[in-house]
Design a protein around this ligand. Structure first.
Ligand code: AMO
Length: 433
């Protein structure tokens, strides 16, 4: 008999079917044994009355691989509104040892460290799985939205010869005797590829040697990057990003209702125009509202971002807020200045519920401007020779953004750490699992 997936059986009421998966839970009630079989997509409730099936279930450890044959019947209280009345049970891979953390409990009680240390097994928990599947859905929504707008997907090298974001926070490695780095972002390559395709995006890992342990930093994370040519300024990119976010959330709503329901989530609205505030105005606001004088600071602190997030919610009922015009001295050398005020950059961060989710902006596009920017940053041109070639041979005004996938998921779900949005997070102490 062909195996059906858990999500398929609801349309087979009255038929004899086979389901197979992991034995998630077993409990006895009167003369009946109830079991839950979990497969890659969901759960199936199984009811057994036959003494030999009940005895086998009683003697089989959770997480054993089992196949159940039986008739599908309507059961409004069961997941999916159906259950399987088991007539036969085949234990294919018995497991005797209990898992390191109970997977059959509705809520995961384990500490963050325990959850991360046992991620291999713990990622099977229905709630963990729903979170991780939302991350998969967000990547799909990102790809679908940009593909529909004629962007081309690229995959750029992750072993690179120069740091892109800054010399700090970069993992060094030995490339056949030559120094090399793990890419901090696809920044240079996505810009170079604007010279080829005009509009590009990339979904891929990036590496940051951040030597601190926080709830918002990973040492390897998934970056959702986009870059496009022929823009007016950073506001063109901010409008694009607004539509990309709306596209991602619409995708999750349309395709992942079950995961959202399991996590009890309602997705936020993305305003037709996301409100924006200039960097210096944001600092003034914090000074007036909270009495903390951050004016003159080159960047916003996590506390400043939380305050601004709360203000956006209060003022605009928006979970999203753009902060524009960061000081040039805090942005990477490739950033385009505001033509009217050269100390101010044509850049933005997007705050989502009070945490930086995206950085982006307009880039320099003239060769001479790059030479001047590198000189001003006291950087040699030689390591950037290939990158600079793109500008020597003609590049349009362009810009883009980078969005951290784990931050998006952590903020959407309300996770206490971005580490819980990664399959197997890399942090200061964790190189395994
Ligand atoms: P930036 O360095 O600000 O910009 O990174 C962009 C976004 O990536 C996420 N992020 C992180 N997520 C988890 N752990 C980290 N250590 C981490 N660092 C950053 C954040 C952040 O907003 N090249 C530019 C983007 C661009 O301008 O296109 C860049 O990488 O969500």
């Amino acid at each position: 008999m062909e195996r059906l997936r858990s999500t398929e059986i609801a349309t087979h009421v009255g038929e004899c079917v086979q389901v197979a998966g992991w034995l998630h839970a077993v409990r006895r009630l009167g003369g009946l044994t109830f079991a839950v079989v979990r497969d890659g997509w969901g759960m199936v409730q199984v009811v057994a009355e036959a003494p030999e099936v009940c005895a086998t279930l009683a003697g089989t450890g959770n997480e054993s691989i089992v196949a159940v044959t039986g008739v599908v019947t309507a059961a409004p209280q069961a997941p999916g509104g159906v259950e399987v009345q088991a007539t036969a049970l085949d234990v294919r891979v018995p497991v005797a040892e209990p898992p390191p953390v109970a997977l059959h409990k509705r809520a995961l009680g384990a500490s963050l460290a325990t959850q991360l240390d046992h991620a291999v097994v713990l990622n099977r928990h229905p709630q963990r799985r729903a979170v991780l599947r939302l991350a998969a859905g967000a990547m799909q929504g990102f790809r679908a939205t940009l593909t529909a707008r004629e962007f081309t997907e690229i995959q750029s090298p992750k072993i690179v010869a120069s740091a892109t974001e800054s010399g700090a926070n970069v993992f060094r490695l030995d490339y056949f005797g030559r120094p090399a780095f793990l890419a901090q972002s696809p920044q240079f390559y996505k810009q170079i590829m604007v010279g080829v395709f005009e509009r590009v995006f990339e979904v891929g890992p990036v590496f940051r040697a951040e030597p601190h342990d926080t709830t918002r930093h990973l040492n390897e994370y998934v970056s959702l990057d986009a870059e496009m040519g022929f823009i007016t300024d950073h506001f063109t990119i901010m409008a694009l990003l607004r539509d990309v976010l709306a596209g991602i959330l619409a995708h999750l709503q349309a395709h992942q209702a079950a995961d959202l329901a399991l996590l009890g989530l309602t997705l936020p609205d993305v305003p037709a125009t996301i409100p924006h505030i200039a960097f210096t105005e944001a600092q003034e606001l914090i000074w007036h509202q909270h009495g903390v004088d951050v004016r003159g600071e080159p960047d916003l602190s996590p506390q400043d971002e939380r305050w601004l997030g709360a203000w956006a919610r209060e003022e605009f009922s928006s979970d999203f807020l753009y902060v524009t015009g960061y000081p040039m001295r805090k942005r990477p050398f490739y950033t385009h200045p505001d033509p009217a005020r050269t100390a101010v950059s044509n850049s933005f961060d997007l705050l989502f519920r009070g945490i930086e989710l995206v950085s982006g902006g307009q880039r320099l596009h003239r060769y001479e401007d790059y030479l001047a920017a590198l000189a001003a940053a006291h950087l040699p041109t030689a390591p950037f020779a290939d990158y600079l070639a793109a500008f020597r041979y003609g590049m349009p005004p362009h810009g883009g953004f980078g969005l951290g996938l784990e931050r998006l998921i952590a903020q959407l779900v309300g996770l206490p750490s971005v580490k819980l949005a990664a399959l197997f997070p890399r942090d200061l102490t964790r190189l395994t699992p």
